[in-house]
Design a binder for this molecule. Structure first.
Ligand SMILES: Nc1nc2c(ncn2[C@@H]2O[C@H](COP(=O)(O)OP(=O)(O)OP(=O)(O)O)[C@@H](O)[C@H]2O)c(=O)[nH]1
Ligand SMILES: Nc1nc2c(ncn2[C@@H]2O[C@H](COP(=O)(O)OP(=O)(O)OP(=O)(O)O)[C@@H](O)[C@H]2O)c(=O)[nH]1
Ligand SMILES: [Mg+2]
Ligand SMILES: [Mg+2]
Lengths: 283, 287
């Protein structure tokens, strides 16, 4: 019989530090521990049962429920919109500076083009040095139409032009790459809201860096509050990142991780698999 | 914020002048939790709070100071100690190599540093864009330094980073400061590790700066250690502190490389660079 007391507290504390070491946010960890405490206390261990295994199973269930909330398949969702004639499917990528939005835009373009869809890209980062050149270079390589203007142009206007162009050509998908921005900058978040209003996207993807610690929560929560997003991309999972940031983002917003970036090549983008992340965390 | 967390941790010992073991452990536990939220390395947090506990037990509290204030002072002193003494880079005779993970702010910081010394110290500065992997890198660096006196060397057509560096050094052998921007990389990418080693051997930079994003969490320590193994890091620059990230990971980078934080990145523009000040950094960390 598992009882409340010093032994259980010491045990839960060790588990707490282990979860924090995998970059799971303090908020998510404390929720999971609360669930664990609730489900463990008063429960009887079957004869010969291994407490460690019971604990691992309990944690896994709690993490699974966080990752599976509202989960959707990226390619299936695009397919559904297009088969229903709801096109061009407009996808907008958002997030703070340097998380991998532009590279993810290129990866998505590659993935969808390979499935036979026609894609148009909008270079809506009209602010950062070299941003337009970066996306144009990717789209040239992929032989995908990229709508852009001079640096300093209006980001919403570029997105709108890309959508008009896509409609005129009967294209299937429009990818709107936006500039990175810190979520605590009101004027930049207002600009993003404007792009969102003008483009009325089918899907908004928040691109989060797998390397991020607790700030992943702040970023995701604020982007979700100001814009709402449909799913997140967890980029740079091929690095030292444990991937806890994925749990932090899902826990903070109730929105699922749907895609994971595993490198700098166009092929390094996959549908996110919650089981895969859990295996990573537990090994 | 962390300060609130710390004060609530310390409020458990408020008004007391002596702690018993249980109370001390309770305070330490809440303190560890608060530090964790600022992305302190889990192990470093444990050591720091254990040291704090030890000092709380053995140090004499000055009269008129609460246990709370005493603990806060010890913590502050420990953090300053962890950050180490400041270091100033003289504006002459420098060859600087910028390294770090993907998207941390290396290119932007290269431009900021070049502009800093060029404008504040009237130094003759040149930069080399040695990133041959990311499309638009040369345009990015060139645009950032438009309107400045800094020379920008690169070759968008080349796939040979070492060769670009060689040619750049030849062309700008007489500058006061030469800064080399490299591609983002990770120690698991063998090809990029070899490229960095080759560049590093050729350049023999006297400053090897690790650029790290303030949002990086528990990976900061291991990543900094791996870059230290590769190039022997001599300084750290923490970027994107104008966001909400606390930068606890930066302390792990300092510990792993044994080198000080030199500057901080406070925004996307070339002027958004500040000399590192431990007071400001710690109060923001504790904020
Ligand atoms: N290893 C790895 N690198 C990635 C991944 N995704 C992006 N990157 C790299 O991260 C760096 C930044 O990527 P960008 O696509 O420019 O990021 P961004 O979010 O568009 O940046 P801003 O527009 O400046 O905010 C580049 O060097 C990319 O190659 C990934 O999944 N794995
Ligand atoms: N808000 C803010 N953004 C920054 C800061 N430093 C860099 N950035 C932004 O972060 C993003 C990435 O910066 P880069 O300079 O391209 O990073 P990098 O390390 O050179 O990236 P790779 O070469 O792809 O590895 C860009 O959007 C920059 O404008 C900073 O201090 N504050
Ligand atoms: Mg971008
Ligand atoms: Mg760069």
């Amino acid at each position: 019989m598992i009882k409340e007391g010093k032994a259980l507290n010491a045990l839960l504390e060790e588990i707490e530090w282990a979860m924090l070491e995998s970059d799971i946010s303090s908020a998510a960890v404390s929720d999971v521990l609360g669930l664990m405490r609730g489900s463990l206390i008063g429960s009887r261990l079957r004869k010969g049962a291994n407490l460690a295994k019971v604990i691992e199973a309990t944690i896994k269930r709690a993490l699974q429920s966080i990752l599976r909330a509202d989960y959707w398949d990226f390619e299936a969702t695009i397919e559904k919109y297009i088969s229903e004639g709801d096109k061009p499917v407009i996808i907008m990528l958002v997030g703070v500076n340097g998380t991998g939005k532009t590279t993810t835009t290129a990866k998505i373009a590659y993935k969808l083009k390979n499935k036979g869809y026609t894609v148009v890209a909008a270079a809506s980062d009209t602010f950062r040095a070299g941003a337009i050149e970066q996306l144009e270079a990717h789209m040239d390589r992929l032989e995908i139409k990229c709508i852009s203007s001079q640096r300093g142009g209006d980001s919403a206007a570029i997105a709108r032009d890309a959508i008009s162009h896509a409609k005129a050509k009967g294209a299937d998908v429009v990818l709107v790459d936006t500039a990175g921005r810190m979520q605590n900058k009101t004027n930049l978040m207002n600009e993003l809201q404007k792009v969102h209003r003008v483009t009325n996207p089918h899907l908004v993807l928040f691109v989060g860096d797998a390397l991020a610690g607790n700030d992943a929560v702040e970023q995701a929560a604020e982007f979700s509050r100001v814009l709402t997003f449909d799913g997140a991309v967890l980029s740079k999972m091929d690095t030292d990142a444990k991937g806890g940031a994925g749990l932090s983002i899902a826990h903070a917003t109730g929105k699922p991780i749907v895609l994971v970036g595993t490198g700098q090549e166009y092929t390094d983008l996959h549908q996110f698999d919650p089981e895969w992340l859990l295996e990573q965390l537990f090994e | 914020g962390l300060r609130k967390g710390i004060f609530s941790a310390l409020s458990k010992i408020k008004g007391k002048r002596k702690l018993d073991e249980d109370e001390l452990q309770d305070m330490i536990r809440s303190l560890r939790r608060a530090l964790q939220e600022a992305d302190f390395n889990v192990r470093q947090t444990k050591e720091l709070t254990e040291r704090l506990a030890m000092k709380m037990k053995e140090e004499e509290i000055r009269p008129g100071i609460t246990l709370q204030t005493h603990a806060m002072n010890i913590l502050y002193t420990e953090l300053v100690r962890l950050l180490g003494p400041p270091k100033e880079i003289p504006p002459r005779g420098q060859t600087i190599m910028m390294v770090g993970l993907y998207g941390q702010g290396k290119t932007t910081t290269t431009a900021k540093l070049a502009n800093w010394w060029s404008t504040k110290m009237q130094a003759n500065v040149a930069v080399i864009e040695a990133d041959v992997h990311r499309p638009g890198a040369f345009s990015q660096l060139s645009q950032l330094l438009e309107g400045t006196k800094v020379s920008v060397f690169g070759d968008p057509e080349s796939k040979d980073a070492v060769d670009i560096v060689r040619r750049g050094i030849e062309k700008h052998s007489n500058v006061d400061i030469l800064i080399i921007d490299t591609a983002g990389r990770h120690q698991l990418d063998e090809e990029l590790v070899v490229e960095l080693k080759d560049m590093s051997n050729l350049v023999n930079a006297n400053e090897r700066i690790l650029v790290i994003d303030a949002q990086v969490g528990q990976a900061a320590g291991p990543v900094a250690a791996s870059f230290n193994d590769l190039v022997d890091v001599t300084g750290v620059i923490v970027t994107k502190l104008d966001g909400t990230a606390r930068g606890g990971g930066a302390l792990s980078a300092v510990a792993a490389t044994g080198s000080p934080i030199l500057f901080t990145g406070e925004g996307e523009n070339v002027k958004d660079l500040e000399k590192f000040e431990s007071d400001r950094f710690i109060s923001r960390l504790l904020g």
